[in-house]
Design a protein. Structure first.
Length: 148
């Protein structure tokens, strides 16, 4: 659970930093955004699968060693990619799907953050802080990265 939001027009992506682990019922802060090539990625959902996805991306997406994810709701994760050619959404099938919206969010606070950016015209960071007021799985500090 988390909140990640990207705006292709601003070439920016932002994320909260709260990680919730259900096995130990712990919360801690961690970076959720990272760069690979010309893209920026951020994951939400199951932390273990998100980290496995991150390792696969950072290793260059090899066919050998391609991770396999379970089908239970506990295994679900998604990754949002901000690339020079647009926004892309990844899921446990490891298929990359194009997102045509200029602004897109994923995670437990996504709808709040989208409302704040689209209607209230807030910055990406401020939208995540607003989502954190309602969504218990979203908390600062906020990470903001832009395409180079």
């Amino acid at each position: 659970m988390t909140t990640i939001i990207a705006d292709i027009r601003k070439q920016a992506i932002a994320s909260d930093s709260r990680v919730t682990t259900y096995s130990s019922l712990a919360n801690y802060s961690s970076d959720k955004l990272y760069r690979y090539g010309k893209s920026i990625f951020g994951e939400q959902g199951d932390v273990t699968n998100g980290l496995r996805f991150r390792r696969w991306i950072l290793d260059g997406q090899p066919k050998k060693g391609r991770p396999v994810f379970g089908d239970t709701s506990d295994d679900k994760f998604a990754a949002l990619e901000l690339a020079p050619d647009g926004l892309w959404l990844w899921d446990g099938t490891l298929n990359r799907q194009r997102v045509l919206d200029d602004v897109f969010a994923t995670g437990s606070g996504a709808m709040i953050a989208l409302y704040c950016v689209r209607v209230k015209e807030m910055s990406l960071s401020d939208a995540i802080l607003e989502a954190a007021k309602i969504d218990i799985h979203t908390a600062g500090p906020i990470q903001l990265l832009t395409l180079e």
